[in-house]
Design a protein around this ligand. Structure first.
Ligand code: PEP
Ligand code: MN
Length: 337
């Protein structure tokens, strides 16, 4: 349930409402908007149904939310959430670009990639140290050594780090090196991992599952938020369809839909979304037009020798050109890049 307070409601009115709800053994979640305060109520359905709030001082109305996800929902919080990653903002007017290789391979590769993405204007260095590969014989990542390289290369260029966490046992380790924890498409349904990330201290970038509906994706974010970590960023990375020309089908309608359904920021991954280098730039521009809050793009100094995802990785030069043209698109969409 959501309790919408009157614009003129006083702090004392709000406190009384919260006290009554919490006194009934339910949890509250406050969002203070420019117009009014909204109090979200979470907990046992029967207890919520028996609450009589409409007559209380300062209460405008109560709304019952039928969706299972609540904290994630736009009905709970009308304003866009802006995630502050150690000074770099994502959401609202702030457009974020994360770029770098699919996998951390070695210091030379990463140093070159970090320098290239920085001068092109990215704020985040991406790179997998723990890689979820389709085949067990493929490169699985450098693990902690990769995390150290990421941190070093990023610090040298004053970039933030985003990297994937595959397993809840690794969260603590990865948090030491990364600024954003990435949940990969294959793990979007890993509820134990999501629950553990609810207690993490870093923002989580939650990729859409290979065949996840928007409701499933929103509920995955609810798992993280309900654990106490409210810093969640969605990432549309394409879904499985019957099309084989592209690696996945990038669902840009999901961007506009998530914006309607949730206050959380959403970014787009046109690299995994298409699997083809030539399609990355057009889809990156389309993502901005669809209302995305950022992009995550694979960039490799030498894509032809990349240990993973070379076919979809941009060269530093192509990334630089893309960034120059993106500035026009973000400006048109009233976003700061
Ligand atoms: C990646 O970002 O390199 C990755 C493995 O992405 P996804 O989980 O979207 O396949
Ligand atoms: Mn990849």
């Amino acid at each position: 349930m959501v309790i919408v307070m009157k614009p003129k409601a006083t702090q004392a009115d709000i406190d009384k409402v919260v006290k009554r709800v919490e006194g009934a053994g339910l949890k509250t979640h406050l969002s203070t908007g420019e117009e009014c305060t909204i109090i979200g109520v979470i907990g046992d359905k029967k207890k919520i149904a028996s609450l009589e709030m409409n007559m209380m001082e300062g209460v405008e109305k109560t709304l019952h939310i039928t969706e299972k996800y609540k904290l994630v929902s736009r009905s709970f919080k009308a304003e866009d959430t802006v995630i502050d990653v150690d000074g770099i903002k994502i959401g609202g007017k702030h457009f974020a670009v994360m770029a770098g290789p699919c996998a951390v391979e070695n210091m030379e590769q990463l140093t070159e990639a970090a320098h290239a993405v920085k001068i092109a204007g990215a704020q985040f260095l991406r790179g997998g140290a723990f890689k979820p590969r389709t085949s067990p014989y493929d490169f699985q990542g450098l693990k902690e050594e990769g995390l150290k390289l990421l941190r070093q290369a990023a610090d040298k260029e004053d970039l933030k780090v985003v990297t994937e966490v595959l397993n809840h046992d690794d969260i603590e380790l990865i948090e030491k090196y990364a600024d954003i924890l990435q949940v990969g498409a294959r793990n979007m349904h890993n509820f134990e991992l999501l629950k553990a990330l609810g207690h993490a201290h870093k923002p989580v970038m939650l990729k859409r599952g290979l065949s996840a509906t928007l409701t499933e994706w929103l509920n995955a974010a609810e798992y993280i938020m309900s654990g106490g970590n409210e810093q969640v960023i969605f990432c549309e990375r394409g879904i499985r369809t019957y099309e084989t020309y592209t690696r996945n089908t990038l669902d840009l309608s999901a961007v506009a839909a998530i914006k309607e359904l949730s206050h959380l920021p959403i970014i787009v991954d046109p690299s995994h979304g298409t699997g083809r280098r030539s399609l990355v730039a057009p889809m990156a521009k389309a993502a901005v037009a669809a209302g995305a809050d950022g992009l995550i793009i694979e960039v490799h100094p030498h894509p032809e020798v990349a240990l993973s995802d070379g076919d979809q990785s941009l060269t530093p030069q192509a990334f630089n050109e893309l960034m120059s043209s993106l500035k026009h698109f973000t400006k048109f969409m009233d976003k700061e890049l």
